[in-house]
Design a protein. Structure first.
Length: 57
């Protein structure tokens, strides 16, 4: 998911350089949403790793 966020961010930067401001803004918003979604999933799995999965032993 972070790879997709990086891809969208690079596309947005290229579009911004070429002068497509509206389209670049849309791509940067998609990249930002994907980045924060990946961070939230990481934090949830990190917390579960210390709580639920440790009790399974």
């Amino acid at each position: 998911m972070l790879r997709w966020a990086l891809i969208f961010a690079v596309i947005a930067l290229v579009l911004a350089v070429l002068g497509f401001g509206g389209l670049a803004g849309a791509f940067i918003e998609i990249a930002r949403i994907l980045f924060w979604l990946a961070v939230i999933i990481f934090v949830i799995l990190f917390v579960l790793g210390f709580t639920v999965y440790r009790k399974v032993k």
